[in-house]
Design a protein around this ligand. Structure first.
Ligand SMILES: [Zn+2]
Length: 306
């Protein structure tokens, strides 16, 4: 089906307390793995394009591949810009048909973050496209950050409320204890802060840096108001592990598809694991809409009989 925007997905996720996986992809195989698994799991899904992915394959190529992948399935797919750098890049993404934007002004002063985020929401909302903004800083693992630095960079609930009122952003990426590109799954989130931000703002909350967070903490985040969880490092690790396995098994092979297929299958299993952890599986009916509460109940009863 054609790409969809995220407003209705987030409203449903807030109501029913699940989260939508926002998976990063850099190439055709990763896009296929994400979209095909979402279809198999009957889950809505967000496919997001990072700055690295834009540098690697170009904005038009990334957008084109995701649109085609979405057209081949009957579950909702959102095409999202991850960590948009400026106003101009967001405009280019609108022209390419992105159905969700992001401006990350977390490195700017509060006032400058408000100013640019507001420019982006004005133009995006004119086209019916929602915008994710970021307040507080989700730090990078490569900078060897300390626990004290992570805590000092966390999002303040009252500031978040003011920020959303001023910018009219549709969702907010919050800094609540996770760190980007962590390789070990060891971080615990500040669940009370997540609940406070949800209660103060009423906005859909987004978690970045999930690959380094424990499963229990991710489940707690969903229960307290997170409806979009970004997953990048965990999928890249799986893709590379698959290729390495292929090279080890058949070092003389010259057909790249043989190795890339193993990588793609590894990504599929990791996407499946996250979709189930986020409880977004089994949400979408055969017409591409949300299953009704009654149907959901019935199908889970049927599941228990099998
Ligand atoms: Zn991020």
């Amino acid at each position: 089906m054609p790409l969809v925007t995220s407003q209705a997905l987030f409203a449903r996720a807030m109501k029913d307390r699940f989260a939508i996986g926002a998976f990063n992809a850099n190439n055709m195989e990763q896009i296929q793995a994400i979209v095909e698994t979402a279809q198999e799991e009957r889950a809505p899904v967000i496919l997001q394009v990072s700055q690295g992915a834009i540098r690697y394959c170009g904005l038009s190529m990334a957008a084109g591949m995701v649109k085609i992948a979405a057209s081949l399935v009957d579950v909702p797919v959102v095409l999202h810009l991850d960590h948009g750098t400026d106003f101009e890049q967001n405009v280019r993404c609108l022209r390419e048909g992105f159905t969700s934007l992001m401006f990350d002004g977390s490195k700017l002063s509060f006032d400058d973050n408000v100013a640019v985020t507001s420019q982006v929401t004005t133009i995006a909302h004119a086209c019916g496209i929602p915008v994710e903004a970021e307040l507080g800083k989700v730090l990078q693992a490569k900078d060897n950050v300390t626990a004290a630095e992570v805590k000092a960079a966390m999002t303040d609930p009252d500031e978040a409320k003011k920020f959303l009122e001023l910018t009219r952003a549709d969702s907010l990426a919050v800094a609540v204890g996770s760190v980007h590109a962590m390789e070990a799954q060891a971080a615990e989130l500040d669940l009370q802060r997540i609940a406070e931000i949800r209660d103060t703002t009423g906005a859909p909350l987004v978690l970045h840096g999930s690959s380094g967070v424990t499963d229990a903490s991710l489940v707690g985040a969903i229960e307290n108001g997170v409806v979009k969880i970004n997953v990048a490092t965990f999928l890249n690790q799986g893709f590379v592990a698959g290729i390495k396995q292929g090279v080890a098994e058949s070092p003389d092979n010259v057909d790249p598809r043989k190795w890339l297929t193993i990588g793609r299958d590894m990504v599929k299993e990791r996407v499946r694991e996250k979709i189930r952890l986020f409880k977004s599986n089994g949400r979408i009916d055969s017409a591409g809409g949300f299953v009704s509460a009654a149907t959901q109940h019935r199908s889970s009863d049927l599941g228990a009989l099998e």
